[in-house]
Design a binder for this molecule. Structure first.
Ligand SMILES: C[S@@+](CC[C@H](N)C(=O)[O-])C[C@H]1O[C@@H](n2cnc3c(N)ncnc32)[C@H](O)[C@@H]1O
Length: 248
């Protein structure tokens, strides 16, 4: 099983403890409605002024706070996540709010949809930094690009740091900005052995300029970038509005 599928274990705990969302699980928010990306999402939507019935996809939607918010704004929303448990909770959350959202289990690195040019907007609320290896990130961003309509927008908020070596973390951060956490030998997800211990990669923390280059190399036009620094955590949020060109 792929390393990022280990989110399933976290969502089983979320379900057990009756927690509403990833942000609440990480103690970054106190309610389903006040998800961390909200402020930026509102600003970004205001900037791009989408058509009222825009088709929107959220990749890595977790238990659905962002997708539910978007559906409440009137957009036609799909959301998917690698975690089956997250999707079951997202479906319950949408139903409880009377929202019609299509949630499914899928993997942005090897997406099952074969069609392209479907969505007016695709949102990443902290999924891309869970995808660590260059090959997986390339596959994920290529799929986002393919799923967008021409002229469609990719709105991303993801972790970033200028110099990942300076980030203090209880795991290890390598020179590429991949964060490794030690696991037991019987850990069921993709793990790597080094220094006689087993490790799983959990995050990829890239510099703002590397993130910008990666998006440009995928073919996106960058319309807006902002970096929100958290001095206490020595970390930043990289926020961007990217556009798929109107012509090939
Ligand atoms: C930090 S959580 C954020 C969840 C959600 N966006 C929210 O705001 O609550 C990142 C999510 O990305 C999902 N994820 C990680 N890798 C994925 C992949 N390859 N395809 C789809 N979802 C993925 C995880 O299961 C997790 O739910």
């Amino acid at each position: 099983m792929k390393y990022y599928e280990s989110h399933e274990d976290a969502y089983r705990k979320v379900k057990e403890d009756n927690i509403s969302s990833w942000d609440e699980f990480k103690k970054a928010s106190e309610s389903f409605e006040n998800f961390c990306m909200k402020e930026y999402l509102v600003t970004a939507l205001d900037k791009i002024k989408p058509i009222s019935n825009a088709r929107v996809l959220e990749i890595g939607c977790g238990t659905g706070p962002i997708s539910c918010f978007l559906a409440q704004q009137g957009y036609k929303v799909d959301g998917f996540d690698v975690s089956q448990t997250a999707i079951e909770i997202a479906q319950t959350n949408a139903k409880a709010r009377g929202l019609d959202i299509h949630f499914s289990v899928d993997d942005i690195c090897s997406i099952s949809k074969t069609r392209s040019d479907i969505y007016d907007i695709i949102i990443d609320g902290h999924c891309m930094h869970c995808i660590t290896y260059d090959s997986d990130r390339h596959a994920a961003l290529t799929n986002v690009f393919k799923l967008l309509k021409k002229g469609g927008y990719f709105i991303i908020e993801t972790m970033s740091i200028e110099d990942s070596a300076k980030w203090s973390h209880n795991g290890r951060v390598d020179e590429q900005g991949i964060v490794w956490c030690e696991v037991k030998e019987d850990f069921p997800y993709d793990k790597v052995k080094f220094e006689d211990k087993y490790w799983i990669c959990t995050r990829r923390i890239m510099s703002p300029s590397d993130l910008e280059n990666e998006l440009k190399q995928t073919g996106f036009l960058i319309e807006h970038i902002e970096i929100i620094k958290d001095e206490k955590l020595n970390m930043a949020d990289f926020r961007a509005i990217c556009r798929k060109p109107m012509s090939d």
